[in-house]
Design a protein around this ligand. Structure first.
Ligand SMILES: [Zn+2]
Length: 138
């Protein structure tokens, strides 16, 4: 059987493949959304609300903030590990998004969930990466 979906955002046809990078997800309203559009939605949510729950992962020794399909990836600029009275471990991370410095907190060792908030700190030195994001020039 040929299983096909059409993304409700971009209208692209999605053919789910096992283990491949392409795929789809359902948003909160049961619409099919491809991974690419999922990242676009996450980015729009971040810009609008200034907060989001994402995942703190490590890829090739570098920490990244990602959404669950992994279609959104933001490199962590600074991180700090400290103690927490209940979760034992608390990780604070900072990253750049949309011209602002963002702060994320992740608790414990068995969850990658990272609660992120935009800080009031604007980044004054910009360089634009390949995807058009404004990143703090290193
Ligand atoms: Zn799409």
């Amino acid at each position: 059987m040929d299983l096909k979906f059409v993304c409700s955002q971009c209208g692209e046809e999605i053919v789910p493949e096992k283990g491949a990078g392409t795929g789809f997800a359902c948003d909160g309203k049961d619409r099919v959304v491809c991974y690419k559009c999922y990242a676009v939605q996450d980015e729009a949510f971040m810009k609008k609300h200034g907060r989001i729950s994402l995942y703190l992962t490590t890829s090739a020794g570098r920490q990244e903030i990602t959404n669950w399909p992994g279609s959104l990836r933001i490199p962590v600029r600074y991180s700090k590990e400290g103690g927490h009275n209940i979760a034992r471990v608390r990780r604070d991370v900072w990253f750049n998004f949309d011209g602002y410095l963002w702060h994320g907190i992740q608790y414990g060792t068995n969850s990658e969930l990272c609660y992120c908030r935009r800080t009031k700190q604007r980044l004054t030195t910009y360089a634009t990466d390949a995807r058009g994001f404004q990143m703090l020039a290193m």
